[in-house]
Design a protein around this ligand. Structure first.
Ligand code: NDP
Length: 472
């Protein structure tokens, strides 16, 4: 396994001009390796390379770009095991989940290769025709987080390239190695300068957000950072796609199959140890089945084996970093002080590693921190309800509006309830799954714009309306 010591700028591996930073393995808290840190000059060089490469890349045919993406997918497949192991070491998730992340990301590249930008004829008569075309924006800056590092990088990078843009990427300082290695693996499939990666701390993301040579920022991360990016991007009116936090609610009606619902709810709440923007983060259960469902939830949650993601049999890894671990420990203390009841979990594991077991808590106030804040970790609050109107109000209370679900044997009724949720995606009888054809994005403070499918692709373009006067 290789932990790259270099950045990737203008088709070449480049030594960092701003030293290195240590990256920890969250399962052991030991330094994994030192990662290169770009200087602000190197950010400028990456942007200049991308600007220059754009002049050719924008004029390649759609077919050429599709073929490039398909070759990239083949290369990722060849290196799948290596990429998965890098992800486990730097991110912490169990190997099986990392393998699924790499396979899913590769499939996503192939799907994106097949997407097409439409030319719409919006008016035509004997004398005139009006067509709406889609043109690439220029240089896209991609800023990614540490939770699904490779998958999210692919979600940003591939539609940008497919639409004819060039890209400068900045991974999270906590998880840079998958990106640095990926670019070495796939770089040869693209002309120099089309993709570039500069690693570093938040100041690199800030420099990219302010940079006059970047035309769009696509960002996945916290709401607070999303707002900073929006402010910084105003200088040259950058286009923005912001995928920010969620505080997704699920409402469980009394007619559900308890066994089935428990399996689905635990999978959705602890996806990636709860570190998923569209994980299920608040569970409202009808009071008639509250106790019975809680019993099943605990049984499913306790099947998890918590530990180092490289150990055989481990299904539940650490949370990713000390900041997140400290925050979650604070939430556990708050629950304890407020008199909440832990049905399972509730205490971090002793020893090294940011290990918090699957935790289910009841007897919490609907306005307590664990319900109102985005925990982004393996702590699930369960709240009983008996009034549907009240629960819809509670669902819509937080500032976030990413996703929500309703669980019921009556699918039509469930849909009618979920249509009242203020969020960008709803699910019936499952939660948090995305699909490459389906637009995904948040309402309220969960973000701006959508990713995936044709609508997602169009976010990497601007409209050119062509008015044509017919001759003869
Ligand atoms: P951030 O939003 O701070 O980080 C995400 C990315 O933004 C990282 O690459 C980060 O770099 C970069 N960044 C940091 N500051 C700036 C800036 N001023 N301008 C531009 N880019 C910047 O997330 P955190 O790591 O702080 O996580 C905190 C919380 O965010 C979590 O608890 C969770 O609630 C939420 N989150 C949501 C995610 C999602 O998928 N929607 C993913 C991750 C976090 P660097 O890491 O080097 O600082």
């Amino acid at each position: 396994m290789k932990f790259c010591k270099t950045l990737y700028i203008n088709g070449t591996s480049v030594a960092p001009a701003n030293g290195t930073l240590d990256v920890l393995n969250p399962a052991t808290e030991k330094v994994l390796a030192s990662a290169p840190v770009a200087s602000s000059d190197q950010v400028d060089q990456a942007v200049a390379a991308a600007r220059s490469a754009f002049l050719q890349w924008r004029d390649t045919s759609d077919e050429e770009r599709s073929q490039a993406l398909l070759r990239i997918a083949d290369r990722m497949e060849t290196h799948a095991d290596e990429l998965a192991r890098i992800i486990v070491h730097e991110q912490g998730k169990p190997l099986m989940i990392a393998q699924r992340e790499v396979a899913g990301a590769t499939a996503w590249v192939r799907y994106t290769a097949g997407l097409k930008l439409p030319v719409d004829v919006v008016f035509e008569d004997d004398s005139k025709r009006i067509e709406v075309h889609r043109k690439p924006l220029g240089v896209v800056g991609s800023i990614t987080p540490w939770n699904w590092p490779l998958m999210i990088l692919i979600w940003h990078l591939m539609p940008a390239l497919k639409a004819g843009n060039t890209v400068v990427c900045k991974p999270s300082e906590y998880t840079p190695f998958h990106a640095l290695r990926l670019f070495e693996i796939i770089g040869e499939e693209l002309p120099a300068g089309v993709i570039n990666v500069v690693n570093g701390r938040g100041d690199i993301g800030q420099a990219m957000s302010e940079h006059e040579g970047i035309d769009k920022i696509v960002f996945t991360g916290s709401i607070a950072t999303g707002k900073r990016i929006m402010g910084a991007a105003a200088g040259n009116l950058k286009r923005l796609t912001l995928e920010l936090g969620g505080n997704d609610a699920a409402v469980v009606l009394p007619d559900v199959d308890l066994e089935q619902a428990a399996e689905g709810i635990i999978a959705a709440a602890y996806k990636n140890m709860g570190q998923t923007c569209a994980a299920l983060k608040r569970l409202y259960v009808h009071e008639d089945i509250h106790d019975a469902l809680c019993e099943k939830l605990v049984a499913v949650a306790q099947r998890h084996v918590v530990g180092d993601g490289m150990e055989p049999g481990v299904t539940f890894g650490p949370v990713q970093n000390s900041m997140q671990y400290t925050y979650l420990c604070g939430l556990l203390d708050d629950i304890r002080e407020q008199g909440g009841t832990f049905l399972c979990g509730g205490e971090p594991l002793p020893g090294k590693g940011y290990l918090i077991p699957p935790t289910i808590v009841t007897n919490v106030d609907p306005h307590s921190r664990i319900v109102q804040e985005e925990q982004f970790g393996p702590i699930l609050p369960v709240i009983p309800f008996n009034d549907l109107e009240e629960v819809v109000t509670l669902v819509n209370e937080p500032q976030e509006g990413l996703g929500g679900s309703v669980w019921s044997a009556d699918v039509e009724r469930a849909q009618a309830i979920s249509s009242r949720f203020e969020c960008g995606s709803t699910w019936i009888n499952f939660h948090g799954e995305v699909h490459p054809s389906a637009p995904f994005g948040g309402c309220k403070q969960s973000g701006l714009g959508v990713e995936f499918g044709q609508e997602g692709l169009m976010e990497y373009t601007s409209v050119q309306t062509r008015h044509i006067l017919k001759q003869g």
